[in-house]
Design a protein around this ligand. Structure first.
Ligand code: NAD
Length: 428
């Protein structure tokens, strides 16, 4: 008798997910693009989608298959650029949206890249180190045909890190027959990584946070900050805000929420998470399992730095923050955006707020090409200048046009992408 097979998940994804949010954001910017709007369909269609099977032999001798994706949304302004996510809930819709947000982000801060993103539908916590390496290498080998220092340059994202980037760089290089450090960014320093890259996204969130706070008349010293996600982005952002005198009153990760009105000791918590894998079990703050309570935290600044679609029409109403800094990509749905706008909350959109990571990735790529490495001070200064300029120019457009910072950032970015599209013309 024929066995009933499980259909691979990308074929059963009927819901439109984060890609739907992105399409709605593009529709909102269309009226502001003038004659360039005739090219708008370009933004609504990824240039290239690659879905790959990633089989590995597990430590116990069984064979496991995972689904991998690499989506190149747009390459009008340069090679594709964007992270790789390892997560059990990764979907094609999600990777498509993340790749499109990279196109917008790279154009918003004016780095010479298009947008791309990748992912594997796997929970890395269920893999041994050997299995994780085999998954990474097989995935890299499968997407090898479309990546490269001049084609598409992956980087870390949720659950991926420097070590995984080192394996990706090595796998690509082995396939090419020569070492190609510029194929990924976010590498270890000893393999052509850049000083400051590890902290860059969180640092960028902090820099635009200071700009936004000044605009709202909030003093960072003593400001109350709540952070969702205590990984690369949320952890660094929390630490920099704490160092500047802010009180980190709530931190949520996948395991639960910590609350402490007098401020959580971020350094101590970093040690705890490094040892135990999550905030659970940390004793010097109240641990709350009801996840929804986090959104009601009384705070000045809220930093979603975990996953997309966290702030929705169902919880936007209870948010008490004056400023939201989107460390994560796509954390706020368009319906929630409208509610927050009506409440007077200043939302600094992902495509500006978390652009520090790709900005220093750009520095890393330039350093790899020239084999000449910059000091950390130089990198942080350049990063700060780019982030401040991006925030200020987008704020100016928001004021002139009477639109949100998100729509203003999309106006700047989509104009740059579509101008490039028009200047290049359609091939053939
Ligand atoms: P990470 O893997 O280092 O950390 C993710 C954090 O989110 C962890 O603390 C995890 O526990 C938490 N988390 C996961 N699921 C959660 C849930 N359901 N509720 C609450 N917390 C949850 O990942 P990261 O690199 O910090 O990325 C976080 C976000 O920032 C993602 O949206 C990513 O796309 C975005 N981003 C990352 C970078 C970068 O350079 N790493 C750059 C730009 C944007």
């Amino acid at each position: 008798m024929r066995q009933k097979h499980e259909v691979v998940s990308y074929l059963t994804q009927t819901e439109i997910g984060p890609w739907g949010d992105y399409l709605e954001q593009v529709d909102r910017v269309a009226p502001f693009l003038g004659s360039l709007s005739r090219w708008i369909e370009t933004l609504k269609r990824p240039k290239r989608i690659l879905v790959v099977d990633v089989p590995i032999e597990r430590d116990d001798g069984t064979i496991a298959h995972f689904e991998g994706y690499r989506v190149q949304h747009n390459t009008s302004r340069g090679p594709g650029k964007g992270g790789v996510r390892f997560h059990q809930d990764v979907t094609l819709s999600e990777v498509m949206a993340l790749s499109a947000w990279m196109t917008v982000k790279n154009a918003a801060v004016n780095v010479p890249y298009g947008g791309a993103k990748g992912g594997i539908r796997v929970d890395p916590r269920t893999l041994s180190q050997g299995e994780l390496q085999r998954v990474t290498r097989r995935y890299t080998s499968e997407i090898n045909i479309i990546i490269g220092p001049n084609k598409d340059i992956p980087a870390p994202d949720v659950n991926t890190n420097e070590r995984i980037m080192a394996w990706m760089m090595d796998t690509y290089s082995m396939n090419q027959g020569s070492t190609a450090t510029g194929v990924v960014t976010g590498k270890p320093i000893s393999l052509g990584g850049s000083l400051g890259r590890h902290e860059a996204t969180g640092r960028g969130v902090f820099v635009v946070g200071c700009e936004a706070a000044a605009r709202r008349g909030i003093d960072i010293r003593g400001a109350r900050v709540a952070v969702q996600g205590f990984g690369n982005v949320g952890g660094v952002a929390a630490r920099l805000f704490a160092e500047a005198g802010a009180r980190i009153v709530a931190i949520q990760d996948h395991a639960g929420t910590l609350m402490r009105e007098s401020g959580i000791d971020v350094n101590e918590l970093e040690w705890h998470v490094a040892e135990h894998g999550s905030v659970a079990g940390y004793r010097n703050a109240e641990f709350i399992t009801d996840r929804d309570q986090f959104w009601e935290t009384a705070c000045d600044i809220l930093i979603p730095a975990a996953l997309e679609q966290q702030i929705t029409k169902d919880n936007a109403g209870v948010i008490r923050a004056k400023i939201i800094l989107e460390g994560a990509n796509g954390p706020t749905t368009p319906a929630a955006d409208d509610i927050l706008h009506d409440k007077g909350v200043l939302v600094v959109p992902d495509v500006i707020a978390n652009a520090g990571g790709v900005t220093v990735s750009y520095f890393e790529w330039v350093q790899d090409f020239s084999s000449f490495f910059w000091s950390e001070d130089e990198i942080n200064q350049r990063l700060t200048r780019i982030m401040q300029e991006a925030f200020r120019s987008v704020s100016k457009i928001a004021e002139e046009r009477g639109v949100s910072l998100r729509t203003a950032a999309f106006i700047v970015a989509c104009t740059r992408v579509l101008q490039a599209r028009e200047l290049r013309g359609l091939y053939p």
